[in-house]
Ligand binder design. Structure first.
Ligand code: PLP
Length: 399
């Protein structure tokens, strides 16, 4: 009996990030963890804040039937209210008199992966196109295609790695349903400036008007709080047809717990129908009732600031070390990734040489760009410092 060939193909091709991570684990077991410099996965190295543990301890005092019971499909009202109040406190000034969010605009999810899948399923019909900015998070393509749309790649500006609004204009067709942006950005660490976002919004509005279509901006924001001083503007205040996808995987260091949300801002012109389409997509996918204990954590912890000090220190050590060795990279303003130019055009070949030295970055091809590697610096400080001799040996091979 035939099985689903598309699902088979996604399973058989795997994610290169996860494959490298699995290799790193096996290699650590073989030669000792301290001898393998695994920069592959975006697993936060800053611990979750103490308040999360305190919240969990309080939850464990509840009667089990209450604690472990089903919640509403879109999440408990007090948890959604906590998120909405937090967003309102933080972004009301950018929205002027317009409302920022209410509990009913929020759908709690198992992290940004679910938020994005739900959003694409809520938006697209067969034959639609969704634009991604390359280099891009590789799973976008999987989620877009699975929802029935075609993933259209548009290169970022190759100097600044900001969105190239003119390149986006050239890629928009009557089939364009949405564009996904991610700032602070994985994998390059760019934070999109207000100027970039305004230019993009102007292009989207112009093309919508010229083509008589609606184009949605899907803003994927799991790194919003991980910045080194850069402003991260609130996109719904810039472009009204925005949907925000968020996760606490990075901001509260909870990637294994699977908690995040989709926000359909009240200012989105399609708001009422979209809220139902998001709920319907969640239902269709079986993405209902996000983990109840972590919904409760949100009630206590939505406003706890992210601890970025360790990432800032790592970023400093990594960029200083690689600069001394002559590597070229994109100066990161946010997230915890460094986008480094491979020392030969073939990033895979460069990666193989790095791997032979037990250095494990991720080659850029799966992000939709040749010639670079991504170094995830959400690791122990010692890993960065101790990896420098290997980076030096690698560079020496090209001198
Ligand atoms: N979007 C981006 C840009 C990411 O880097 C990640 C995870 O690393 C995700 C989405 C998925 O996040 P989550 O762990 O919340 O599903």
């Amino acid at each position: 009996m035939a099985i689903n060939e598309k699902s088979y193909a996604y399973g058989a091709s795997k994610s290169s990030i996860r494959e490298i991570f699995a290799y790193g684990m096996a290699r650590k077991a073989e030669i000792g963890a301290e001898n393998v410099f695994d920069f592959s996965l975006g697993n936060p190295s800053s611990p979750a804040p103490d308040e999360v543990r305190a919240s969990l301890a309080r939850s464990l005092e509840l009667p089990p039937v209450q604690l472990h019971g089903y919640t509403p499909a879109n999440g408990m009202a007090p948890a959604r209210e906590a998120v909405a109040h937090s967003l309102t406190r933080r972004f009301q000034a950018e929205c002027g008199d317009a409302p920022v969010a209410s509990a009913d605009d929020i759908y709690l999810t198992c992290g940004a992966a679910a938020s994005l899948s739900i959003t694409f399923h809520a938006l697209v019909n067969a034959g639609d196109e969704v634009i991604v900015i390359a280099p891009y998070f590789p799973e976008y393509r999987v989620w877009i295609e699975t929802a029935g749309a075609t993933c259209i790649k548009v290169l970022a500006d190759q100097q600044t790695f900001q969105v190239d609004a003119e390149a986006v204009r050239a890629a928009i067709t009557p089939h364009t349903k949405a564009i996904v942006i991610n700032s602070p950005n994985n994998p390059v660490g760019a934070v999109y400036t207000r100027k970039t976002l305004n230019e993009l919004a102007n292009v989207l509005r112009e093309r919508e008007e010229a083509l008589g279509t609606d184009i949605y901006l899907v803003s994927d924001e799991p790194y919003r709080e991980i910045t080194y001083g850069a402003e991260v503007p609130w996109n719904p205040a810039i472009y009204d047809r925005t949907i925000v996808c968020y996760s606490y995987s990075k901001s509260l260091s909870l990637p294994g717990e699977r908690i995040g949300w989709v926000l359909v801002p009240p200012t989105n012109p399609e708001h009422d129908r979209l809220v139902l389409a998001v709920a319907g997509a969640g239902r269709k996918l079986g993405f209902v009732c996000a983990p109840a204990i972590f919904q409760r954590v949100l009630m206590d912890c939505v406003d706890i600031p992210s601890d970025v000090d360790a990432y800032a220190r790592n970023r400093e050590a990594l960029t200083a070390g690689l600069t001394r060795l002559g590597y070229e990279y994109v100066e990161p303003d946010g997230a915890f990734y460094l986008w480094v130019k491979a020392l030969e055009p073939d990033a895979e070949a460069f990666f193989e040489k790095a791997k032979a030295l037990d250095l494990l970055p991720v080659p850029s091809d799966s992000f939709g760009c040749p010639g670079w590697v991504r170094i995830g610096y959400c690791v122990d400080y010692e890993t960065i410092v101790n990896s420098m001799p290997a980076w030096e040996k690698l560079a020496a091979q090209y001198r």
